[in-house]
Design a protein around this ligand. Sequence first.
Ligand code: AQP
Length: 329
Amino acid sequence: MKRVFSGIQPTGNIHLGNYLGALRQFVDLQKDNECIYCIVDMHAITVPKDPETLKKNIMDVAALYLAIGIDPDKSIVFVQSDVPGHAELSWILTCSSYTGELSRMTQYKQKSKMQESAPTGLFMYPVLMAADILLYDTNIVPVGDDQKQHIELTRDLAKRVNGKYGEDTFVIPEGRYMKSGARIMSLDDPSSKMSKSAENEYSRIQLLDSPSKIKKSIMRATTDSEGIIRYDVENQPGLANLLNIYSVVTEKPVEDIVKEYDGKGYGALKKDLAEILIESLAPIQKSYNDIRNSDELKRILADGAEKANAIAEKTVKRVKDNFGLGNRF
Ligand code: AQP
């Protein structure tokens, strides 16, 4: 059995990109692997957060994890800051990383631009992410396309440490990306990815959106003035994004959808896509509402933290031994 690890930030507004790019694979991977799914709250504070909102968002993500089909009897579900090993390993890895490689990270460059002095947490984000993954001797990391660079950095750090401190220090993980859906674009600007923090709420479909919000977002989605339905990412990126979403959700090939809507216009495609999304998100929303306020949720997270901690402690001990740290060998 392979070990799978991934996480999502409790920053609210979990959207279709998060679902189709990452969360969807979390469920499938449970069948044949030992899965560990984390709510990465320490990543969320790289940008200051209101404590009450953060607490609520953590429980929201936990409920969503279960609502989409993550089974706590099969997978470990827990909150990152409940396991001290993440912070501990993050420091050890920091000492093997370089400012040059961290400043080349695209996400850091995007999030820190326009700021005279960027928050250090934002800069260190990829090292904490590497610690999250390496702490569990992870083999597979299911993530969206936008995380490829961070996964490569994790692999580089692990190999660098292994070369210096012993090949048994870290297991080298691999990223797992969806063939389709790995990058869902924003509905109002198809040149950037769909994102939780975008100001315009109609730029994304959130998993808990009402039917009317879903309809509005899709009907308003940016397309083009060509008026011809075809899949052309370069010249008709907005339409291509809608076709992509349609294809991933219905599991129909894009070419079949293009044929089906030939001559029908964008309006018909958008109307049907909105209905499809409303229908496919309804069961997730129903289970979410059943689970969100149950006492069971806290128990599942406490149980998950205990199991995660048991694995993490062993890794931290091994890594500290290899580095010559501590006095409890
Ligand atoms: N648009 C996307 N398409 C496909 N996958 C995506 N992911 C995010 N956006 C898309 C994947 O979702 C997982 C969880 O993401 P996260 O919450 O840890 O962080 P993120 O990538 O920073 O998400 P957002 O929505 O883009 O948030 P903001 O706006 O705060 O930056 C990851 O596996 C990610 O690849």
